[in-house]
Every structure is written in structure tokens, then in C-alpha cells.
Design a protein around this ligand. Structure first.
Ligand code: FAD
Length: 424
């Protein structure tokens, strides 16, 4: 059989781009990856062990649910996972309380969800089925989850897409990779190079043109890469900034607004000592801590004993902190912790030995954190995934399984796009 010389350019060296590149190169295609940043990984952002004491994550950190593609790759890479057990706590404005998942209306919620046939927004679902005052705590907890965890707007988020998450009783199991997602990206990038993939870093793609059976991918610096096909894996907001051939532009115009894209602010604070455990012995097994403060969600590295607290704020209300840079966000994090633990702010700040904060909306090559589904998202994904034209869309936002917006979604989407090309 003659060797194929088909050349595929992949834009983006995140999880989706690297996965697609590896599959295509292994099948004999010539593959070039163009990545705007000076590193691979995209929204997987490993932080220096020297600063945080372990392979900390400024972006993706947890493996959610079954994640078969991720787990398969981890096995290949010889990397292991550890499940996250531990306790969830909350601060209601006055006291720290151990959270028990015992909402009295849980059974009714499950029954109504089970019978749901037509999709509607989460906010509309709650108004229609759980309007009474009795349901206020449950409504608040669902909205908090949709905003904080899915980074979504309850007025637009799809109830059917989130139903499986809720029906499984939350998001368990969750796990972390020993070595972090960075180790997985290192493995993938090395495997790509071994398979003959060329990865150009610092290559910001600004335009793609089609001319008959060939495409030209233009970079900001003036480089042009001629190829037979292009796979675009950049985050949704970046797609709108690129000059694209008419067929790709039309698909985007018809579909992209029907896929939600949310934001997250993530803050890591490393302290000299785990002062929260020393002050409250009963917090020894705390993982997550939910609060009503500016930075509402915090977690520890439990069962590992690192003196690091990670702060998280997701969803549309992150726009309220739009004006804050990293130092302002770190200050807001310290304020929130001081209020939650009823400590003088200086006492908390004095223990700080390393800190970092990212408002992902400010990241020029992400412009937010991850996508979420509206009731029209599945139809929009079907339009974007169509293989007409030389430009194909891939990445976490294109994933049609559950757990959209995850690394698993990105890996599975990259794999699917590669398989689609290989099928011809
Ligand atoms: C704060 C945060 C926490 C998260 N936590 C989790 C978690 O715990 N678990 C989980 O599973 N997922 C998590 N996610 C989501 C997960 O990180 C993403 O879904 C996944 O990494 C997306 O991969 P991707 O390949 O689709 O996109 P990306 O990783 O964004 O890759 C796209 C690449 O395209 C590049 N690019 C952009 N514009 C251009 C251009 N013009 N030219 C060339 N290259 C360009 C980008 O630099 C990037 O490297 C988190 C995300 C964030 C931001």
C-alpha cells in the first residue's frame, strides 16, 4: 500500500490537539502542531514543584467520573491515580459545619429529573418544579453547583445535560493523577514527537484559507503552513478571532452561540503550616469547603498533607472581579479565608509562602475556563462536527458525552476527530 502523504495541521497543543496528533501520526499522516503558547497543555497548567511543594495545577486538577480515555492513557504512561475521599465542609456566615448530603427533597428531585422529557434551563426547571419557600435551600445548592462547578449560567444551562451529574448523587468519584495532568501532557507530547509530529511553540494562528483541495494556515509572525486538512482545537472564544474559510465561518455563526463557555478564577495559596488543621482538629480530613465569601470554594490536597489551600470561583459572577489582577485576587482569597476561619487577616497573610492566581477570562489563549451545555448545544455540536470543508473543529466543547468541559472531553474529542479523518 502506498504511504500517504496527507499533511494535517493541528492548531493547539492542549489535550485535544496532542491526542489527535498522536493518533494521526501513528497512522502514518504527516502532522504539524501549531501552538500559540511557549508550552504544551493549554488549560492544563502545571505549576513549579519548587514553589508549591508538589506538582500543583493552575488549570485542570481532577479526573472526573469514569474518564475511559484518560485512564487508558494513564495506564500507557505508567501514571497512577488516587481517589479523593475526605469530608466536605461549609461556612454559612457564622460557623463551619460538616456538610451532609441529606436534602429532604432529594427523592422528589430525582423523580422529577427521571421523568423529564423536554430540555429546559436549570433556572426554569427550578421555577417550574421547585418554586416554594421550602425548596429554597435546595434551589440555592443546585444554582451554586451549576455556577461554581460547571461555570455555567443557570438561566441558560441545560437541565438534561446536567441531569446525569445530579442523578449520580453528585460528582463522585473524583481522583487526582500522581504527578498531575502535567505528567500526562509530557507523556503525550513525547509520544507525539516520537511518532514524528512536529510541534511549533509560540505560533499564533491568525487565519486559515482554503484553495481547492489545499489549505494555508497563517501565523502572526508571517509563517504559512500549507496542508491538506486543519484541525482547530482552540477554545471557543478564540475561534471568533480567527479569519476562517466561508464554510467554517458559516458553521460557527450557526452554532457557536448555542454552546456556553464559562469562566473560573483559581487561586493557590501555600502556607508555612497547615494552620486550619492545627486550629480545628476536626478539619483533618477536609477536602472541600463551601462558603458565602468572595472566593467561595476552597479545597485541600487531602489525603496528602500539603499546607496548600486552593480557592475557586466559577460562573458568570466572576465578572464582578474583572478588574482584579493576580495580586488583587490573592488578597481577596486571604480576606475570604480570614473571614471563614475568624482569624485576623495579618495572621493568615503572615503564613503565606507562595501564591498564584489566574482569572482565566484574562488568559489571551483561553479567554475563559471551559464550555457548558445549553438546551441547544447538542444540535450545535452536530453542526460544528460536520466533516465538510478542510477545517475541522475539535476540543472539549465538541464532546458529546457526559462531563463536557473536562480533559476527558478534550482527549475523547481529539481522538474522535482523528478517527474521522482516518476513516476518510
Ligand atoms: C481553572 C480550570 C480548572 C479546570 N479543572 C478541570 C479539572 O479539574 N478536571 C478536568 O477534567 N478539566 C478541568 N478543566 C478543563 C480542562 O482543562 C479543559 O477542558 C481541557 O484542558 C481543554 O483541552 P483542549 O485541548 O480542548 O483546549 P486547550 O487546553 O485550551 O488547548 C487549546 C490550545 O490552543 C492554543 N491556542 C489558542 N489560540 C491559539 C492560536 N490563535 N494559535 C495557536 N494556538 C492557539 C492554546 O494556547 C491551547 O494550548 C479546568 C479548566 C480550567 C481553566
Amino acid at each position: 500500500m502506498p504511504e500517504t502523504t496527507e499533511h494535517i495541521v493541528i492548531v493547539g497543543a492542549g489535550a485535544a490537539g496532542l491526542m489527535a496528533a498522536r493518533e494521526l501520526a501513528r497512522a502514518g499522516r504527516k502532522v504539524t502542531v501549531l501552538e500559540a503558547r511557549e508550552r504544551c497543555g493549554g488549560r492544563i497548567l502545571p505549576l513549579p514543584v519548587s514553589e508549591f511543594g508538589y506538582p500543583a495545577a493552575g488549570g485542570a486538577e481532577f479526573v472526573h467520573g469514569e474518564a475511559p480515555v484518560t485512564r487508558g492513557l494513564l495506564r500507557e504512561a505508567g501514571l497512577s491515580l488516587h481517589e479523593i475521599a475526605g469530608e466536605q465542609w461549609s461556612f454559612d456566615g457564622t460557623a463551619l459545619l460538616r456538610e451532609e448530603r441529606d436534602d429532604p427533597h432529594e427523592a422528589k428531585l430525582q423523580a422529577v429529573l427521571k421523568d423529564l422529557k423536554d430540555d429546559l434551563s436549570v433556572a426554569e426547571f427550578l421555577r417550574r418544579h421547585f418554586a416554594g419557600d421550602d425548596y429554597a435551600p435546595m434551589r440555592q445548592s443546585i444554582e451554586r453547583m451549576v455556577e461554581g462547578y460547571d461555570a455555567a449560567d443557570p438561566e441558560r444551562a441545560s437541565t438534561l445535560a446536567l441531569r446525569e451529574e445530579w442523578m449520580d448523587g453528585g460528582h463522585a468519584p473524583q481522583a487526582r493523577i500522581d504527578g498531575g495532568y502535567g505528567a500526562l501532557i509530557d507523556f503525550l507530547a513525547a509520544d507525539c514527537r516520537k511518532s514524528g509530529v512536529t510541534i511549533h511553540l509560540g505560533a499564533v494562528v491568525s487565519a486559515i484559507e482554503e484553495d481547492g483541495d489545499t489549505a494555508a494556515v497563517r501565523c502572526g509572525g508571517g509563517d504559512v503552513h500549507a496542508c491538506d486538512r486543519v484541525i482547530l482545537t482552540v477554545p471557543l472564544p478564540l475561534l471568533r478571532e480567527m479569519a476562517l474559510p466561508a464554510s467554517a465561518r458559516e458553521k460557527l455563526a450557526a452554532a457557536a452561540d448555542d454552546i456556553g463557555f464559562g469562566n473560573v478564577i483559581k487561586i493557590l495559596l501555600r502556607f508555612a503550616r497547615p494552620w486550619w488543621r492545627e486550629r480545628h482538629e476536626d478539619l483533618a480530613a477536609m477536602t472541600f469547603l463551601l462558603s458565602d465569601r468572595t472566593i467561595p470554594v476552597w479545597w485541600t490536597q487531602y489525603p496528602s498533607g500539603q499546607a496548600v489551600l486552593t480557592g475557586w470561583f466559577g460562573g458568570p459572577r466572576t465578572a464582578e472581579l474583572e478588574s482584579l489582577g493576580p495580586q488583587g485576587l490573592i488578597a481577596a482569597g486571604l480576606d475570604s479565608l480570614a473571614a471563614i476561619f475568624k482569624l485576623p487577616r495579618e495572621d493568615v497573610a503572615r503564613e503565606l509562602v507562595a501564591a498564584t492566581a489566574t482569572n482565566w477570562a484574562h488568559d489571551p489563549f483561553a479567554r475563559g475556563a471551559y464550555s457548558w451545555a445549553t438546551p441547544r448545544t447538542r444540535a450545535a455540536q452536530a453542526v460544528l462536527a460536520r466533516a465538510d470543508g478542510l477545517v475541522l473543529f475539535s476540543g472539549e466543547a465538541l464532546y458529546r458525552g457526559r462531563d463536557m468541559g473536562t480533559v476527558e472531553a478534550a482527549l475523547a474529542s481529539g481522538q474522535e476527530t482523528a478517527e474521522m479523518i482516518l476513516r476518510g
